[in-house]
Write a protein that binds this ligand. Sequence first.
Ligand code: PMP
Length: 360
Amino acid sequence: MNTEQNQAGDWRSYLRQVTPYVPGEQPTEQNIIKLNTNENPYPPSPAVEKALKAMDPAKLRLYPDPTCGILTKGLAEYHGVGTDQVFVGVGSDDVLAMAFMTFFHSDRPIFFPDITYSFYPVWAELFRVPYETQAVDENFRLQSEDYHKENGGVIFPNPNAPTGLVEPLSFIEDILTHNRDVIVVVDEAYIDFGGVSALALLERYENLLVVRTYSKSRSMAGIRIGYAVGNAELIRAMQDVKYSFNSYTMNQAALELGAAALSDEAYFRAVTDKIAVTRDAAVKRLTEQGFYCLDSAANFIFAKHPKYEGEKLFTYLRQHGIYVRHFNGSRISQYLRITVGLDEEMERLYETLERAYGSL
Ligand code: PMP
């Protein structure tokens, strides 16, 4: 290229143009009831607090272990798999991005549902992976036959987001049996709140990757830990991509605290059970107020009120210090996605909604 002939400002035409994923708001004001990003309302396990206090700051002088040994080993033991079957990353977003980079290379489109985690199309665009969405039915359920057609890979969350609907193992197995020649990624960000994990299928399907996160059920969204479990060959391929990108993805604190969290199964069970109880009570209360709630297996509820616009309810709640999530997409713009909070936060939500009905 003859640089002398370039016009001033030409560099702009070389900028990468992408439409980014839009995360939920993280308000800085105090006293907000934050039910908008599916965080856990309870603190992490006391074992995490203990490990945090015991952390030696001198360790921060060194790079962290690039193999993420203590965390990988802890997770392998926790799930009863080999250490070579676990890949850890900076939240499951990082793990999913690595999975896109590692596994989705076909000229054929990858498949995911039309109503699902809105990061999937963003990664597909970023990594130039062709994709085709498969429409969920009128009840927002995935149709397994849609995934029988030829494709370049399959990814979906189970439970799905933002609907919270969970599919049984037989559904996942049906997709796996029809997709032996591509990688099938099951994003289990919310599985600890309901449903059966696809981890049970790993031994039989070498093309299955299960992705998990500490952000929801382990109350550790702020430390950023996600992981994938799959057969050793898949994990090795992901490691190769990771080491071609950034060797030190996980910081020292994440490694130590992530490992510590695994030691306290009783706390983990108590918190996830409690959230499921609050969720089921919330569905009842919202239904009594006239809401239609999808049957959630997650730590959030996807609900619409036949009489009030989703966006108006969202704005009213926001003005009254309660943040929930509202998506403008077709078929879902009437809905609110409400994260399950503390019981007292949920009470404030019901009261505020009652007042909204009087003024909207
Ligand atoms: N998958 C799904 C379905 C999600 O809703 C989220 C949360 N935004 C993630 C993955 C990513 O979560 P994290 O990066 O915090 O692990």
